[in-house]
Design a protein around this ligand. Structure first.
Ligand SMILES: [Zn+2]
Length: 201
């Protein structure tokens, strides 16, 4: 089985965390030796992380329950030269509608002005049910476990991206990158495409 990718550093040298007293077996011994499994101990923290990264030593994939929905979502990517893409929704401001804009070289936003200026724009209506599923799909990309920033300093002219999420519980998630993607960025883009966003890279 492929190992799970760490949302912080992108390494696949990760291990499943086994909590509690393990029932030792030859198979488990083998997995412990290869660090496909690590022992978490008897005190299970809340929330409980399910994986450990052997590379950056962080635990991840916390077993968390997001009872609510994402009420504000904003995601953008753009080159210092080239196309910019922005998509998002703000249920309180604009209702149940996923907005998408894309254009060449102009700073844009999904607010009224930016939306108006753009050369490609879309408004995708969302139902309550879709917002719930969208929340679930987005949270499966572990955005709450992403680093605050991902930066590659060795590239001068490149691109940058931003992700801003607000859940209706009030929890806020924010991350950005310059010339470097978050490990689960591509998974997030797949989610956006699933909900009708045509192009985002
Ligand atoms: Zn890691």
């Amino acid at each position: 089985m492929a190992r799970k990718m760490c949302p912080k550093c992108g390494s696949r040298d990760t291990a499943h965390i086994l909590w509690g007293m393990p029932a030792m077996s030859l198979e488990l011994e083998d997995e412990l030796e290869n660090r496909r499994v690590v022992l978490g101990g008897c005190c299970v923290p809340m929330p409980e992380p399910r994986y450990h990264c052997n590379e950056c030593k962080d635990d991840f994939a916390y077993r968390r329950i997001f009872g609510g929905i994402i009420k504000r979502f904003h995601c953008s990517i753009g080159g210092f030269f080239g196309r910019n893409y922005v998509c998002g929704f703000d249920i309180e401001k604009y209702g149940l509608c996923l907005r998408y804009v894309s254009n060449e070289g102009i700073h844009l936003d999904v607010d009224e002005d930016g939306f108006f200026q753009s050369d490609i724009k879309l408004e995708i209506p969302l139902s309550d049910d879709m917002i719930t599923r969208f929340t679930y799909d987005v949270m499966k990309c572990y955005p709450d476990e992403w680093k605050k920033k991902y930066i590659d300093k060795d590239i001068l002219d490149g691109y940058s991206w931003e992700l801003d999420i607000e859940l209706d519980s009030g929890e806020k998630i924010a991350s950005y990158g310059i010339n470097k993607e978050a490990p689960y960025w591509k998974s997030l883009i797949k989610v956006l495409k699933k909900y009708g966003i045509p192009e985002f890279e």
